[in-house]
Ligand binder design. Structure first.
Ligand code: GDP
Length: 529
């Protein structure tokens, strides 16, 4: 008997791990993947720390830089659950892809380094999650190293991020003195032992806080301190409230050490109880229930030329409702055309496996011949639309020009395709044509990626000259104002890809000054008719 659609979906969890580089995301992801037997990975695997070095040229750059540039999804089964982890690159210079991937998640796990606390990239990613109102779980990592006091860390989460923190477990000691964690729900103490680095740990040593063995393990002083801290948390700390967790107002906090696989099972068990199954989504036709019979999904990421062997483009689709079946027909909402989802696939390293079925919450990658765009909906019936993808404004700008004019055609094609992928924003300088567009990106590293990909995939050498601007704002088509902005040394007027006027600005203060001085209205997004 087949498992009902409703049940399939109820046991799915789709989440993203958000963190600052080096907090331990790769380590935690690997530990989590080890809990599942068969590991399926959709998209490219992090080339760097896993042994499965990717073979394509495209990933060569990632390998050289020791970074992961693209986001992808990984799936594993654990205790009857199907878990999808969306990968968000953790490099300093992350891109819009990272942000967009969060639109495909039902919850987020925020990973914090106990010694460093809440860092800049965590704050940015947290903000995107908060705007979506998804539940956010916190894992405070590296407890085996000297770090900040747990109370200070909780405080920092609350103050810096403005979310209430509720400690699910509590660390006993820290650094060289780290003895384990106390589970506030069960009263059990889990003893920390180093060297469980190999994977799934079935030999967790636990005991009740009142057990004599535990006292012996922890020592009298630390036990006393633990009791006091627990009392303090119980009396003065926040109250656990599942509904507020669901709304993203309270974050359940866990302590552990990913590297030692310590606290990871404890975290995962709670997470699976508390994290939401695929959630209903608001559409133009009302709320779309994940267990409704109709297949509906949206494209949140497009990746071209993932594999040098197959010059192709893959669109990653988050299924929002219903069931996908191999070879099914769907309607592409933007063109109203029929499309056959013939070979959706999951990728395991570079070996692709064809997927026979998938359910709401899952991510599938489909071949795309250039039809799909980010935000497009694929559904069994026509007419469904979701809220537009959030817009993330570029913060770095450069003029990109071709070294060899004979390659003009390939250059324009490359720029066009990378723009469709959502990797870059393309602007046109009013005085110069398409040969030397101004490119805007969220993270500086995207320029390197751009240069590399244009060379590797389109055979075009380019020159990239950074421009000093830090922000772009859109302006109404007012000739007088445009003239003033053109003449100002603080701004540069450009046209976006839809021929809307925009202006590149040096910084926020200069933007405010210009706006006030000349009465120009700036808009953070393209103006729609
Ligand atoms: P990412 O950049 O967030 O993906 O971080 P990684 O998973 O690559 O981890 C960064 C570094 O921190 C690596 O050297 C890890 O071995 C180390 N690390 C991760 N988790 C722990 C931990 O629990 N304890 C200690 N001591 N080191 C850790």
């Amino acid at each position: 008997m087949s498992i009902s659609l409703e049940k399939q979906i109820r046991f799915r969890k789709t989440f993203a791990i958000i963190s600052h580089p080096d907090a331990g995301k790769t380590t935690l992801t690997e530990k989590l993947l080890l809990f599942g037997g068969a590991i399926h990975l959709a998209g490219n695997v992090k080339a760097r720390k896993t042994q499965r070095y990717a073979t394509s040229d495209w990933m060569e750059l990632e390998r050289q830089r020791g970074i992961s540039i693209t986001s992808s999804a990984m799936q594993f089964n654990y205790q009857g659950f199907v878990i999808n982890i969306l990968d968000t690159p953790g490099h300093q210079d992350f891109s819009e892809d990272t942000y967009r991937t969060l639109t495909a998640a039902d919850s987020a796990v925020m990973l914090i380094d106990a010694a460093k606390g809440v860092e800049t990239q965590t704050i940015k990613l947290f903000e995107v999650c908060r705007r979506r109102g998804i539940p956010i779980f916190t894992f405070i990592n590296k407890m085996d190293r000297e770090g900040k006091h747990p109370i200070d860390l909780m405080d920092e989460v609350e103050k810096v991020l403005g979310i209430e923190a509720y400690a699910m477990n509590w660390p006993i000691g820290g650094g060289a003195d780290f003895k384990g964690i106390y589970d506030r729900q069960t009263g059990q103490v889990e003893c920390f032992t180093d060297g469980l680095r190999k994977g799934h740990d079935d030999t967790r040593q636990t005991g009740h806080i009142d057990d004599p063995g535990i006292k012996e393990w922890i020592g009298e002083d630390l036990l006393q301190r633990l009791r006091e801290e627990i009392e303090l948390l119980d009396m003065a700390g926040n109250v656990f409230d599942q509904e507020r967790v669901d709304r993203g107002e309270v974050t359940p906090v866990f302590f552990g050490s990913a590297l030692n696989n310590f606290g990871v099972p404890n975290f995962l068990d709670s997470f699976l109880k508390l994290a939401p199954a695929p959630a209903p989504r608001q559409s133009n036709l009302g709320v779309l229930e994940p267990a409704s019979q109709q297949f509906v999904g949206f494209v949140f990421k497009i990746q071209a030329n993932m594999n040098a062997m197959h010059r192709d483009r893959i669109a990653f689709i988050r299924i929002c409702s219903g069931r996908y079946e191999r070879g099914m027909n769907v309607i592409h909402n933007r063109t109203h055309r029929k499309m056959r989802l013939a070979q959706p696939q999951q990728l395991f390293a570079q070996e692709r496996t064809i997927l026979d079925e998938a359910y709401a919450g899952d991510i599938i990658g489909v071949h795309d011949s250039g039809v799909l765009r980010i935000g497009d909906v694929l559904a069994e019936k026509d007419g469904i639309e979701f809220e537009a993808m959030p817009f993330f404004s570029p913060e770095n700008f450069a003029r990109v020009s071709i070294a060899n004019a004979l390659k003009r055609k390939q250059f324009i094609k490359g720029i066009q395709e990378l723009q469709e992928e959502g990797a870059i924003h393309v602007f046109r300088d009013l005085n110069i044509g398409v040969e030397a567009p101004v490119i805007g990106v969220v993270g500086q590293l995207q320029f390197e990626v751009l240069e590399y990909r244009l060379r590797d995939e389109y055979g075009v050498e380019v020159q990239i000259n950074n421009l000093p601007y830090e922000m772009v704002q859109w302006i109404p088509k007012d000739e007088e104002k445009i003239r003033i902005l053109k003449e100002s040394s603080m701004s540069m007027v450009v046209l976006d890809q839809d021929e809307n006027y925009a202006v590149l600005l040096l910084d926020k203060w200069k933007a405010n000054w210009l706006s006030e001085r000349y009465g120009v209205e700036f808009y953070p997004q393209p103006l729609r008719e």
